[in-house]
Design a protein around this ligand. Structure first.
Ligand code: GLY
Ligand code: MN
Ligand code: MN
Length: 443
């Protein structure tokens, strides 16, 4: 299953550009910048990763690039500015596509050296009325775009048309990114399978006395081994009460006999994220209190996933999770009182303080708004979201019996909305108490 390695071909990127360009009005121009390289220390950099919007429309993975899109332009609608080939630099960093490569391998209609950007942009902006770019994302780029426009304004008395309307390009690109194509889904299934395999390995090797980072190493080894470039986000491995820190990334404590461990980790494959959380006993056997809370979270996760289908609103799922967790907390005695009143008072917030899930794709917390015109969005076929309810009983919560304190549980899967319902992309990693105990016992 992991041997077949899906990739996106140029036709996919060309189709995206076509769809994007069709949405640009007459007399407009759209500009996207690549991600910046970030210095780590001295002359070493953090791993470079392309900006997701830029990658989505170009497939181009080098830094120092700017993509320009002009609908219905005679010389071509897609222009790429990128690095000039330079053997003395490429000997250090690897090959650059250069301008010929940008045209041949990335489908640009024209390509220019990035050093020509300022001069050419003033030319390309001439006579355009509407400019689309990623507003307010990068101060320097905002200033640069305004600088080009400002240069043109100086020529307005000689009859040169200058842009007068500015739009956020993300309103178009993010809406496109929200609905995944079949090629994207093949990649996301693969990312899900790699991450599922990694979680299974971790369950198998986990034992009391090991460090959280050693469990992290077992997972990240599997990611890399199967071609996932890197974790989609900082892996969270929290033993015992560390599971109650939602984005715990220290991962440096010993895993103790009798505690649970919460592992939230997903690999990025071909730029697409997966995002899985499993929580299981370090010694392979749930205690009664752990099991009771675990089965509550699992029941809520499964019943939420079962609601996923086109037409269901995001807040319906949110409300379902809050209601069912609250109902379970009353049943177990962690909350007392009337169900509806406890929900209205947000009493669940002491135990469950995050959202039930988020869009997933090129970014882990993927592009796309959750509300449209003030209304919660309805699910549509092709969307991918996580479903990740959790319960976290603070170690110092003296309002509950001592047996619950310091238990943190989250269960998270990646779910595709299909025409008729849903498909769980991360189904290969077990989550029932029996399956987990069997997998842990099999070591
Ligand atoms: N790992 C981040 C999240 O689950 O949203
Ligand atoms: Mn998540
Ligand atoms: Mn997660």
């Amino acid at each position: 299953m992991l041997d077949n390695k899906p990739t996106l071909n140029q036709a996919e990127f060309a189709a995206r550009r076509q769809k994007f360009l069709q949405q640009l009005p007459a007399n407009s121009i759209a500009i996207l910048s690549s991600a910046d390289e970030c210095y780590r220390n001295g002359d070493t950099h953090y791993n470079y990763r392309q900006n997701s919007n830029f990658y989505y429309l170009t497939g181009f993975t080098e830094p120092d690039a700017v993509a320009v899109f002009i609908p219905r332009r005679t010389e071509g609608e897609f222009i790429l500015f990128n690095r000039v080939k330079d053997p003395s630099k490429e000997i250090w960093t690897g090959y650059y596509a250069g301008q010929a490569g940008a045209v041949k391998d990335y489908g640009a209609n024209q390509a220019f050296a990035i050093t020509e950007l300022d001069a050419k942009m003033v030319e390309l902006l001439t006579g355009k009325q509407r400019v689309y770019y990623a507003t307010a994302r990068n101060d320097q780029f905002d200033v640069r775009v305004m600088h080009w426009v400002n240069e043109l304004q100086a020529k307005v008395r000689s009859g040169v048309g200058t842009p007068t309307e500015f739009f956020n390009i993300e309103t178009i690109v993010h809406e496109m990114r929200l609905i995944k194509s079949s090629a994207e889904l093949a990649i996301m299934r693969h990312a899900g399978n790699i991450s599922a395999q990694a979680h299974k390995k971790a369950m198998h090797v986990c034992h009391p006395g090991m460090y959280e980072y050693q469990l992290q190493a077992a997972i990240e080894y599997e990611f890399k081994y199967h071609g996932s470039s890197y974790p989609a986000y900082g892996s969270i491995v929290g033993g015992g009460k560390n599971a109650c820190i939602l984005h715990y990334v220290d991962n440096n404590a010993v895993l103790n006999d009798g505690d649970l461990v919460l592992v939230d980790a997903g690999g990025e494959y071909e730029y697409y994220s997966s995002d899985i959380t499993r929580t299981y006993p370090i010694n392979g056997k749930f205690s009664a209190a752990q099991r009771a809370l675990y089965e509550l979270v699992l029941r809520v996760q499964l019943s939420t996933i079962a609601l996923v289908k086109p037409g269901v609103r995001y807040d319906v799922l949110q409300d379902h999770v809050r209601k069912e967790l609250t109902r379970g907390l009353i049943e177990l005695g962690l909350l007392t009182g009337d169900l509806e009143k406890l929900i209205a008072d947000k009493a669940y917030f002491d135990f469950y303080m995050h959202n039930f899930g988020h869009w997933l794709g090129l970014d882990t917390h993927d592009a796309g708004t959750y509300k449209v015109d003030g209304q919660w969005r309805e699910l549509k076929a092709g969307m991918v979201l996580t479903v990740e309810p959790g319960l976290y009983v603070a170690p110092d919560n003296h309002k509950v019996d001592a047996k619950w304190r310091g238990i943190g549980i989250r269960i998270e899967d990646d779910v595709l909305v299909t025409e008729t319902g849903y498909e769980v992309l991360t189904v290969a990693v077990p989550k029932s108490v029996e399956e987990i105990e069997r997998l842990c016992a099999g070591k």
